[in-house]
Design a protein around this ligand. Sequence first.
Ligand SMILES: [Zn+2]
Length: 72
Amino acid sequence: MVAWKLKGCPRCGGDVFLDRDEENRWYEQCLQCGCFNELKDIAKTKEQLIGELGRMCQRITKLEAAEAETSR
Ligand SMILES: [Zn+2]
């Protein structure tokens, strides 16, 4: 999977793409200047996002339960 970050390059403001190398490490590279950046924190970021998603799902479930209560 490749993800794009438009104008995400810190050096030249060019378009950056995310990809994984053969050792499954994420990196981002700029198309314009070739600026290369290994993403060491991506596992941490992923955990944070999953945690955030879990909290959102709980909130939605609670809201749905409350809605079901009031519509009765
Ligand atoms: Zn660049």
